[in-house]
Structures are given as structure tokens and as C-alpha cells.
Design a protein around this ligand. Structure first.
Ligand SMILES: [Zn+2]
Length: 287
């Protein structure tokens, strides 16, 4: 078994080739030798059950692992009950869409870290727990829910906070966005030691099995002292994080994560570039 590489949504090359509908994405990705697709619901979950099921069938036909990125509007750490109810609803709708698609993972941004971080974390844990209870009553407990590491201090989403959220239920597992980790650590994700430290912390918190199939976001990122500024691409030279040290550790530790590339417009090209670095690491190990 190998790691899976794929894209967040559809890049410029997809549309440039004349494709219009995300239903065409699984075959397109397979043609590029990619194996994962993160369907973007970042501006709201608007996909119909019929379309979601059709996408799921095409993903199976093309051996594409599906995940969903839930709406950006989710803030599980807020204090306004109306906004919390809306956040729960966004997450539940994402889980329903995932269920229709046969997607096993729903990635979401936990929320804002306004006020005390500790208080924000406890509120988010409580709201997440309540949302998952509701999801279980609907039969949606088979979908994994993935809080993502975020790239700014104003957000709840430091690695340790994400790992704390994973204690809420067994189907809550981390999404490690190494671009965001790179931004928030002031550019540390360039060598093996930095990656090994992150992988060790994840393994200690959620175990070897979750680490082995870890959900990863990876793309070049521009940052300031406040954290992430914007996603870049491999064509913009000089932006980290560096993929090679992670690829080598994946091979050494026999990890087969899913790696979703979020490069701005060139996500399919960059996903292929990361895959090639990984395959080269695999080949070198076999020599
Ligand atoms: Zn995200």
C-alpha cells in the first residue's frame, strides 16, 4: 500500500482541459496518477444527495479516496448560541454529504481562539461532542471528523489543541496542515527533526493506526509574524514547507497518509510533484 496524493477541489488545469463539473474530477485525477480528492464545501454544503451519490460512484470506479472540507463559517468555540447552532448545522450537513458520497473524512476549522484559549478549547470540545451525538442518532458515526491545524494564533488550531479535540470521540482524528504548521512556527518545517517531532506528537496522542493513515494538507505558504498570509504554489520559488524530509520519514516509518495539496490553482501539478518526491524516496529505500 502507498500514500495517496490528491487535490483540494479543482485546479486551473482541470478547467483549462474543458471540464466543468466536479463529477468529472475522479477520472481526471486518476488520469494524472492521483488517488484522493477533497471536495470543497468551504462556502456552504450545497451538493444534492443525487450528485453526491454520483460523485461517490465515480470515486469508487477510479479508486479515488474522497473527503470533504466543511464550511469556513464553522466556529465551535463561539459563545453566541445562534452562531453555535449554525456551526453545528454546517458540520452535520457536511457529514450527511460525506455519508451520501461514501467519503470517510470531513475536515473542518475548529474556530476562533478569542478570549482564553483554554475556555475556547473546552467550549469547542463540548459543542463537538453534542454535534457528534446528534450525528450518531442519524447513523453518521462512521464518518471521521477531522479538526485541522490552522495557520494563525487567532484561531483555535495549534497542533496540541487539535489533538485535545481528538479526545472527544474515537472518530475525531487530526488533519495536519503542514503549510499552517510551517507558518505558525515561523518557518520550521524544513528538516527531518521538525517533521519527526510532529509525527511523534500525533502518534502519542492518537496512536499508530491513525498516524499511519494520517490526513495531511500540504502546500507552499507565505507567512508573516502573525502566521499564514496565503497559499502559494511550487512555481513561486522560496516558500516552505519542504516536502522531501516528510517523504523520507513516511517511507522509513511505513506511513501511508493521504496528502491533499491546496496550492492555489496548481494543486494537481503540485500534488504530482509531491507524489514524485515520495516515489523517489520509496525507490531509494528499495535500492
Ligand atoms: Zn482547511
Amino acid at each position: 500500500m502507498e500514500a495517496r496524493f490528491g487535490t483540494a477541489g479543482n485546479g486551473d488545469a482541470f478547467y483549462g482541459a474543458g471540464h466543468k463539473s466536479s463529477l468529472e474530477a475522479p477520472a481526471w485525477l486518476r488520469g494524472l496518477g492521483l488517488a484522493a480528492y477533497e471536495y470543497q464545501c468551504v462556502r456552504g454544503v450545497n451538493i444534492s444527495e443525487r450528485t453526491a451519490r454520483a460523485l461517490g460512484e465515480r470515486a469508487v470506479e477510479n479508486d479515488i479516496a474522497l473527503s470533504i472540507h466543511a464550511p469556513y463559517y464553522i466556529n465551535l468555540a463561539g459563545e453566541d448560541p445562534v452562531l453555535l447552532a449554525k456551526s453545528k448545522n454546517h458540520l452535520l450537513k457536511s457529514l450527511r454529504a460525506a455519508h451520501w458520497m461514501g467519503a470517510t473524512r470531513v475536515v473542518f476549522h475548529p474556530g476562533s481562539a478569542k478570549g482564553s484559549r483554554e475556555g475556547a478549547l473546552r467550549r469547542a470540545q463540548a459543542v463537538l461532542g453534542a454535534t457528534l451525538d446528534e450525528a450518531a442518532r442519524e447513523g453518521l458515526e462512521g464518518v471521521w471528523v477531522l479538526p485541522e491545524t490552522l495557520g494563525r494564533y487567532s484561531y483555535l488550531g495549534l497542533l496540541d489543541e487539535v489533538l485535545e479535540l481528538c479526545r472527544v470521540a474515537p472518530n475525531v482524528v487530526p488533519c495536519v496542515d503542514f503549510g499552517h504548521v510551517h507558518a505558525i512556527t515561523g518557518g520550521l518545517m524544513t528538516d527531518r527533526e521538525a517533521y519527526a517531532a510532529v509525527l511523534d506528537r500525533v502518534e502519542a496522542a492518537v496512536g499508530k493506526d491513525v498516524l499511519r493513515t494520517l490526513h495531511i494538507h500540504f502546500s507552499p505558504v507565505e507567512f508573516t509574524e502573525k502566521g499564514e498570509r496565503r497559499h502559494r504554489t511550487l512555481a513561486d520559488a522560496g516558500f516552505g514547507p519542504h516536502f522531501r524530509p516528510l517523504a523520507e520519514l513516511m517511507v522509513e516509518r511505513k506511513l501511508t497518509p493521504t496528502i491533499i495539496c491546496e496550492s492555489n490553482g496548481t494543486q494537481s501539478e503540485d500534488a504530482c510533484a509531491y507524489r514524485d518526491i515520495y516515489r523517489e524516496a520509496l525507490r531509494r529505500q528499495r535500492m
